[in-house]
Write a protein that binds this ligand. Structure first.
Ligand SMILES: Cc1cc2nc3c(=O)[nH]c(=O)nc-3n(C[C@H](O)[C@H](O)[C@H](O)COP(=O)(O)OP(=O)(O)OC[C@H]3O[C@@H](n4cnc5c(N)ncnc54)[C@H](O)[C@@H]3O)c2cc1C
Length: 403
């Protein structure tokens, strides 16, 4: 409790506002950083908690490198525990599954978190529910921790299978292409034993320059990955998938890397959402229906500025979100986030090589991968606080594990 002096000289108690951060995504890393840097200014006003499913946030740009084996797990993740401890934020590990913006509570299993203001940065998953059987038989590329576990299992199984195996990657966007090339690179030594296919409902890399798609198609061919475009998967059963035209294909592993879907509790909460269930936000990153609810990253869709779901936007929203949360808490005017129209997009091609897209131009090279590596490493370093270097205050920053 903070105390404020009364005019009489007596003092009365003022409850601090409770700010709840749900999800340790890219944008919330900047919020934790801002809270750390701006201490003790907000300490008298705010009590901040972070509830997150994972204690380590995978950095999106490094996922393909992690799958390909260029990075170790720790190199491609931000550890939230020291970051929260240094910021004076109470951290709990839990998966929120219900949310009530009116009663101002978030729930995870039997536990609940009351809040005065809240920020959602919980990312998205591939839309497995859209295709019958996919949720049961396909491996979603997110949550990444689950995918990496299945990926390790698949590599382990290679040894035990006496026959050649067929691995299919569904999704012809940047994520699908990168994952397919990274997996094939990692298992290059097994090339004679693994057949790879990339299937996609539309063309390869829609929205990218045609030259990028041509370069990617060449890399897929070089890696021995068969490409099937205009082939929407309509149903999946154990070991077999079916396309919309009625044809089918057998598989030993099916990786789902298509698009982005929100968690269902978000739309069920009564927040104003887009038709596909993402939180509708204004330029100040507030819910258009509940101004004490902020959202950033994949889970948010802007009413004014449509942009694809990509980590680069979560990263750019981060500093504005941090600033606006603190401004909102103290009743100040909020600032606006205006997303850039074009951005440098880097697609890695399995080995330490990448294709760059910049203002409609496409170029590639090992040097592009080195550039990407430097950018990605800088991001990880920015949010790396050695675990031993922070002493949590009164239990804050100590993770409480509860799922
Ligand atoms: C293979 C692949 C490669 C990609 N490469 C790029 C790239 O190069 N560049 C790019 O811009 N984008 C890339 N993306 C997209 C990028 O990964 C996402 O846009 C980005 O991760 C979204 O960030 P976020 O902050 O919204 O959420 P995330 O970074 O996904 O974080 C979500 C957080 O919320 C937590 N969480 C989730 N659900 C709950 C819950 N119910 N309760 C509590 N906590 C929860 C998680 O534990 C996690 O901490 C790639 C995606 C894939 C699949």
């Amino acid at each position: 409790m903070a105390t404020s002096p009364l005019p009489t000289g007596k003092s009365y108690s003022v409850r601090k506002q409770r700010l709840l951060l749900i999800g340790g995504g890219h944008a919330h890393l900047f919020v934790l950083e801002a809270l750390r840097k701006r201490q003790p200014a907000w300490r008298d006003q705010l009590e901040v908690s972070l509830v997150t499913r994972d204690l380590r946030t995978p950095y999106s740009g490094m996922l393909p490198g992690l799958i390909a084996g260029h990075y170790r797990c720790a190199e491609a993740h931000v550890d939230l525990q020291p970051l929260a401890a240094a910021a004076g934020v109470a951290l709990a590990q839990a998966t929120v599954d219900r949310f009530d913006p009116v009663r101002r509570r978030a729930y995870a299993g039997g536990r609940e978190w009351p809040f005065d203001m809240v920020s959602l940065d919980i990312g998205s998953t591939p839309p497995l529910a859209e295709v019958p059987g996919a949720a049961t038989y396909a491996l979603g590329v997110k949550p990444i921790e689950e995918f990496l576990g299945s990926w390790r299992d698949l590599q382990g199984r290679m040894d035990t299978l006496a026959r050649p195996v067929h691995v299919v990657i569904a999704g012809g966007g940047a994520g699908g292409v990168e994952v397919a090339l990274a997996m094939a690179w990692r298992l290059a030594a097994w090339r004679h034993r693994v057949r790879w296919s990339l299937v996609t409902s539309g063309e390869l890399l829609p929205g990218y320059p045609r030259r990028t798609a041509r370069l990617a198609a060449r890399h897929l061919a070089d890696a021995g990955i068969g490409l099937k475009t205009g082939a929407a998967v309509s149903a999946v059963e154990e070991g077999k998938l079916y396309f919309a035209d009625g044809s089918g294909a057998g598989f030993d592993g099916l990786v789902w890397a298509t698009g982005a879907a929100p968690q269902p509790w978000v739309a069920a909460s009564g927040l104003s959402c887009s038709d596909d269930g993402f939180v509708l936000i204004n330029r100040q990153l507030q819910s258009v229906s509940h101004p004490h609810v902020f959202a950033a990253g994949d889970i948010a869709s802007s009413q004014q500025d449509y942009r694809p779901k990509a980590g680069v936007f979560a990263v750019r929203q981060g500093p504005v979100l941090a600033d606006n949360l603190l401004r909102y808490a103290s009743g100040q005017r909020l600032s606006a986030y205006r997303p850039q129209r074009d951005y440098l997009s880097l697609i890695s091609t399995g080995r330490r090589h990448a294709i760059a897209n910049w203002h409609g131009l496409a170029f590639e090279g090992d040097w592009v991968w080195r550039l990407k590596d430097r950018i990605d490493m800088r991001f990880i370093e920015r949010f790396s606080i050695p675990s031993g270097s922070v002493r949590p205050e009164s239990g804050q920053g100590q993770a409480q594990r509860r799922r």
